[in-house]
Write a protein that binds this ligand. Structure first.
Ligand code: URA
Length: 289
């Protein structure tokens, strides 16, 4: 569903020109950085401002290293960094609709992983959803179709939602990463930091009342913590004007059936909160009159 008025060719040209200029400034220094080794880094908290990491492309900063960030070394060197971060923030702020943000994401090399040729999995659902679900990263099926949660985990997710009488077309589903990492590995701390400002903008545009984080990576990234999942679930956390709940990832349920009971309790609680907050009624289509 398009939310934008069609642009005239002149407007489109100006937009592309402005975007490419911004892209050059923001992303050019980042393009060639090697991604850091994967081992264990996904569990690190994102100590640095994501915009700074995106702008500096400094893997050490992304990995929470105590090594000084070269671009922060002296006051006179700070200015270029802040300019790049500011440009990124401005480019994101300039996206007033999800369609505009999707366009920005399509062109953003910083959102890519080290797997080449992947497709953008931007997110899908009701742009005015009161409930937003956030997973980890696209897998093979999601990459193939360009949609989140359409593989085995997605099928289970659909059933979990149906159990609380929610149809997935009425909510919004996205991931921390918008591109598939190779071999279904965990997203690295640096990949998460690079993607986060884009997801935050997406959340701000949708303005959900409730967010459900599916799995540890999603919860730790949004809440910027290394807390264990079992200690984050069961309560609502304030997050960007919404209430955020954490539960297990459907893929974890497929591997470990013992987690189903806790997940069931979580989604029941979520559904109750949804109704208490007076969110838009979401019902399975066959239950609607
Ligand atoms: N797992 C995720 O976290 N997200 C998807 O989109 C699919 C599987």
């Amino acid at each position: 569903m398009s939310e934008q008025q069609p642009l005239t060719p002149e407007e489109l040209f100006k937009k592309v020109e402005a975007f490419l200029k911004a892209q050059h400034e923001v992303y050019a220094p980042v393009g060639d950085i090697p991604l850091p080794a994967v081992t264990g880094s996904a569990a690190l908290p994102l100590q640095e401002s994501p915009a700074k990491i995106v702008a500096s492309g400094n893997p050490a900063a992304a990995a929470g290293s105590s090594q000084p960030n070269p671009v922060e070394a002296s006051p006179d060197q700070q200015h270029p960094t802040e300019t790049k971060a500011d440009t990124l923030i401005q480019s994101l702020q300039d996206c007033k609709t999800l369609d505009a943000l999707r366009e920005l994401c399509e062109a953003a090399a910083v959102l890519r992983t080290d797997l080449t040729g992947t497709r953008l999995v931007f997110g899908k659902g009701n742009p005015k959803a009161d409930l937003m679900l956030i997973g980890e990263a696209p897998g093979a099926k999601e990459d193939e179709l360009g949609e989140p949660f359409v593989g085995a985990s997605g099928n289970l997710l659909t059933k979990i939602l149906a159990a609380i009488k929610v149809d997935r077309s009425q909510i919004y589903i996205a991931n921390i990463l918008k591109h598939r990492p190779p071999d279904n590995r965990n997203p690295t701390a640096e990949e998460r930091a690079r993607s986060l400002p884009f997801l935050e903008r997406q959340i701000d545009l949708i303005q959900p009342k409730l967010i459900l984080c599916l799995g540890l990576i999603s919860a730790q990234t949004l809440l910027n913590t290394t807390t264990a999942l079992k200690d984050m679930r069961g309560t609502f956390h304030p997050y960007r004007g919404a209430e955020l709940m954490v539960t297990y990832h459907p893929a974890a349920l497929l591997r470990n059936k013992h987690l189903k009971r806790d997940t069931w309790e979580d989604v029941q609680k979520l559904r109750q909160r949804y109704d208490i907050l007076g969110c838009e009624p979401v019902l399975l289509p066959y239950l609607q009159s």
